[in-house]
Ligand binder design. Structure first.
Ligand SMILES: [Zn+2]
Length: 291
């Protein structure tokens, strides 16, 4: 078990549970303000000891069991200039984070190190500066300083492991035909549960109940990329935008695309997350970092 968190709970009244709150004239609980330390210091802290830090988040990997925050600050200067924070499902993950499109500063309270990984659990607080009741001037300075921090993702190399970020550039040496397909999706919510009325040119989404004149076409394609500079080959699950750039619109016919047309095409640099790496086999997923 990690040590207890450094915050106390604040009870508040709701309509369903009215209870009487009286303000105390003095502090009855000694509640210490958190001390924010740099990420490099967090890594040096004792295992299971809770620490707090201000970080800049530039990618969020949503998974079923845990979400992963890819964060950095100006103290990380090693080959890997970012840290991954494993956020358990029990942690109160602000809804705003799931829809974040830009890099943001996060205030992390009571994260802890366990078995060489940084963790956030139900006793961790993750907040955006805008959610804080009070931000003092020194924290404001830290926030401005963090906003200047750049993120550096390195080229793929033989040492990458699961969840690492890397950049790949090369040419397409193979297309996984079994994994290539396209489907129609709702332009409003992305659902594939559509009901069409082709005579009227109206499609209805069974999920969000909205209608549209024309659904959007989603595509999936996995290719083997042979790197330019090294002898590394990796299978990459491509983003829609990259697939669209590979497949000229005029090549689409009733039977879909001729996949062989993408063979030998140059591709990248693509930013990717490593899904698995096993001696010389790398499975990557192309991602968009937050802007
Ligand atoms: Zn919909």
């Amino acid at each position: 078990m990690a040590e207890p968190p450094g915050f106390c709970y604040i009870l508040h009244e709701t309509d369903s549970s009215p209870f009487c709150i009286e303000q105390c004239s003095s502090n009855i609980l000694p509640c210490k303000s958190p001390v924010y330390i740099q990420l490099s210091e967090v890594w040096k802290s004792e295992a299971m000891r809770r620490t707090s830090c201000l970080v800049k988040v530039f990618y969020i990997h949503m998974k079923e069991s845990t979400n992963m925050l890819y964060v950095t600050d100006y103290s990380l200067k090693t080959l890997q200039s970012y840290s991954i924070i494993q956020v358990s499902n029990a942690c109160d993950f602000p809804a705003k984070l799931s829809s974040l499109t830009e890099r943001a500063i996060l205030i992390l309270r009571d994260v802890f190190l366990s078995q060489g990984e940084l963790h956030a659990d139900e006793y961790t607080s993750i907040s955006l500066p805008g959610d804080m009741l009070q931000i003092d001037s020194s924290m404001n300075r830290e926030i401005s300083r963090l906003q200047q921090v750049a993120i550096d993702v390195t080229d793929i190399h033989k040492g990458v492991t699961e969840n690492d970020l890397c950049i790949i550039k090369g040419h397409i040496s193979e297309v996984d035909e079994d994994s290539a397909y396209s489907w129609e999706a709702c332009v409003h919510c992305g659902s594939d549960q559509l009901q069409g009325d082709s005579s009227q040119g109206i499609t209805k989404c069974l999920t969000c109940k909205k209608t549209m004149e024309e659904p959007s076409t989603k595509m999936k394609m996995e290719v083997i990329v042979t790197c330019e500079k090294s002898d590394i080959q990796a299978k990459v699950d491509l983003l829609q935008m990259t697939i669209e750039n590979l497949l000229p619109a005029d090549e689409m016919d009733e039977e879909g695309y001729e996949l062989s047309s993408v063979l030998s095409k140059k591709i990248g640099p693509l930013k990717c997350v490593v899904l698995s790496s096993n001696s010389d086999t790398f499975i990557l997923k192309e991602i968009d970092l937050l802007k």
